[in-house]
Design a binder for this molecule. Structure first.
Ligand code: O2Y
Ligand code: MN
Length: 603
């Protein structure tokens, strides 16, 4: 393939060639480069970025193949208010998105793109989300003027010649146009046109706003495609849990941003479990595409090929697998560095920062050394826990779907939904405290249905209906659960140790799927009694487990009423079945409150 050319000679790539020509006409680049994904290409781009300071070399003795990128300080996280869904009908985008009419949106952003690549190279990145030979995968092409984006897309997707060959075979692909522009926060937009399978992003060079295969394609556009085609595109990790008899159960779990999805997907079992033969296999840490299989089960693939993980907090104690993965061939973004040029972040118990994420001499008066949303980009295959099944074209069968959020009070450690409709309500009602993964206030409770609030490409009411539509004859659907690792006690300390110990909860979840684990029925769902959880070797403070497994009926009465108002906010789009499910639970809580003197169900 000739790389410095304005088009690729193939009649089957006519649509792609036309689009590239039209974009070049608008943006006026000096050069056009079609990415083939080769090692030679990656090496040339790396040399260029090292020369112009886009990348800085880290200590090659301790971290071979590792580089640091410092983004513009105003460009360090997603910007939800500038992330738009542009459907012809406003109602199709729904109140959960920021909407703009397509004509107005195109005009606004094309004015910014006009001439913006003068003096730059336009890179054409063909990519495949999912294993290259999987029928569940979908392709896209990102056009960008950022070599940093090319380097990250090479890690995060299957990029280059094989993806182009698939696009040539299939003829369809998602179009993503990106320019870093002037990196001016006042001239920044991330626009999605689901009806046109098109994304346009201007003015950011960072993360989910610039790597268009990730949040923009694999969630916002894919969720729209999934609804039309009868599958699910979700903000979920996928993990395989192997029991001592060698059975592997796959679990998909949705948590809002920066709630530990990467940690859970790479969990190291507690010592006793390890000795007994338990193992954990990573399939994905952020995004999950699930399709009904011929046997009625849901089969999942991870559309990504890498991790774009949060660095702060990653350490031997919290995520040894992630730490092992990022010792080589990793791009770090916005971390601090030590005197001998090793990457450093808060929570890493080795080394001392001398230079902060902005490149200034580190001074704790300036705030943290690493940005709280600093990241590593690393190939998934570098994780010691990486599962060979992640490359399986048919995906892995999902036994359980887990929802969770940061809930310092009320929500128990774990509960199981009675059935699919109840599980959809539990997912729809999910709430969590906000984190540093997006700009805006941190630590505020907000509803984040299925952890898709920033990522659903259409009206949440219709999305809930789509989820409910899977409950039909012939389907063998996963069991559904809710977990809360973030419950705090009276002193403000976490009650549950989390990390590896979360396997105890996953064991109960798997036990519920196989019929091996017990539970008690409560108005909010099925909860383990303290004796149903394996707690040998678990260091909890006295009474903590009872607190973690109690149901405060008064608190739940007001929670369920709040959920009612939330469901009402989607108007007639909210399915009647979801309202009915909420009313059933509200009535069960009222009956139990009437029957109990202290309005509490003890474990
Ligand atoms: O996209 C970003 O810039 C940071 S946010 C992010 C990155 C990787 C995985 N998930 C997220 C998220 O916000 O959920
Ligand atoms: Mn995410």
């Amino acid at each position: 393939m000739s790389q410095h050319t304005s088009s690729i000679t193939s009649s089957r790539l006519e649509a792609l060639n036309h689009w590239v020509a039209a974009v070049a006409h608008l943006t006026r680049p000096d050069h056009i480069h079609w990415c083939d994904g080769s090692e030679a290409e990656a090496a040339a781009l790396r040399a260029q970025m090292l020369a112009d300071g886009t990348l800085l070399e880290l200590n090659q003795q301790t971290h071979p193949g590792c580089y640091l990128h410092r983004s513009t300080p105003s460009d360090v996280a997603r910007v939800e208010h500038l992330t738009l869904v542009c459907t012809r009908e406003r109602d199709d985008a729904g109140p959960n998105t920021h909407w703009l009419a397509p004509d107005e949106a195109h005009a606004k952003i094309d004015a910014l793109f006009d001439g913006c690549m003068r003096g730059r190279t336009l890179y054409v990145i063909p990519y495949c989300m999912g294993p290259i030979d999987s029928p569940l995968s979908r392709c896209g092409v990102e056009i960008t003027d950022s070599p940093y984006v090319v380097a990250n897309m090479r890690i995060m997707t299957r990029m280059g010649a094989p993806a182009l060959a698939r696009i040539e075979r299939e003829g369809t692909f998602v179009k993503g146009l990106h320019s870093i522009g002037e990196l001016d926060p006042e001239r920044r937009f991330i626009m999605h046109f689901p009806e046109e399978l098109t994304i346009k992003s201007y003015g950011s060079g960072y993360g989910g706003t610039a790597l268009l295969g990730k949040k923009c394609h694999a969630l916002r556009i894919a969720s729209w495609q999934a609804r039309q085609e009868g599958w699910l595109a979700e903000h979920m990790l996928i993990v395989g849990v192997e029991d001592p008899r060698g059975n592997i159960h796959y679990i998909a779990a949705a948590f809002p941003s920066a709630c530990g999805k990467t940690n859970l997907s790479m969990l190291i079992p507690p010592e006793g479990y390890r000795h007994a033969g338990w193992k954990v296999w990573t399939i994905g840490d952020d995004i999950c595409w699930m399709h009904p299989g011929p046997d009625g089960r849901l089969y999942a693939i991870n559309p990504e090929a890498g991790f774009f993980g949060v660095a702060p907090g990653t350490d031997h104690g919290t995520n040894p697998n992630a730490l092992a993965s990022i010792q080589h061939d990793t791009i770090y973004t916005n971390v601090a560095v030590t005197a001998d040029n090793q990457p450093w972040w808060e929570g890493l118990h080795e080394g001392t920062p001398v230079t902060d994420w902005r490149g200034r001499p580190y001074d704790s008066a300036h705030g943290p050394a690493a940005h709280p949303n600093s990241r590593f980009t690393v190939a998934a295959r570098q994780a010691p826990s990486w599962s060979p099944m992640a490359e399986h074209p048919q995906g892995v069968p999902i036994s359980a779907i887990v929802f969770g959020g940061r809930r310092p009070s009320l929500v128990p450690l774990v509960f199981q939904a009675r059935d699919w409709a109840h599980g959809v309500l539990v997912g729809a009602a999910m709430g969590s405290e906000t984190t540093a993964a997006a700009t805006g206030a941190v630590g505020v409770l907000r509803r984040d249905s299925m952890a898709m609030k920033p990522f659903c490409g259409y009206n949440y009411g219709d999305y809930f209906a789509h989820w409910l539509s899977f409950d039909r004859p012939g389907m063998k659907l996963p069991q559904m659960f809710h977990v809360n690792w973030f419950r705090k006690g009276a002193g403000g300390k976490f009650l549950w140790p989390g990390f590896g110990e979360n396997l105890r909860v996953l064991e109960w979840i798997i036990g519920r799927c196989t019929g091996a684990a017990g539970a008690q029925d409560t108005p909010i769902g099925l909860l383990p009694r303290a004796s149903d959880l394996h707690s040998e070797g678990l260091a909890l403070r006295e009474g903590a487990l009872d607190e973690l497994l109690a149901v405060d009926l008064d608190g739940w009465a007001s929670e369920v009423s709040d959920i009612g108002q939330y469901l009402d906010s989607f108007g007639t789009h909210t399915p009647a079945r979801l309202h009915a499910e909420r009313e059933r639970i509200a009535a069960a809580i009222e009956r139990a409150r009437g029957a109990l003197p202290h309005a509490k169900v003890a474990s």
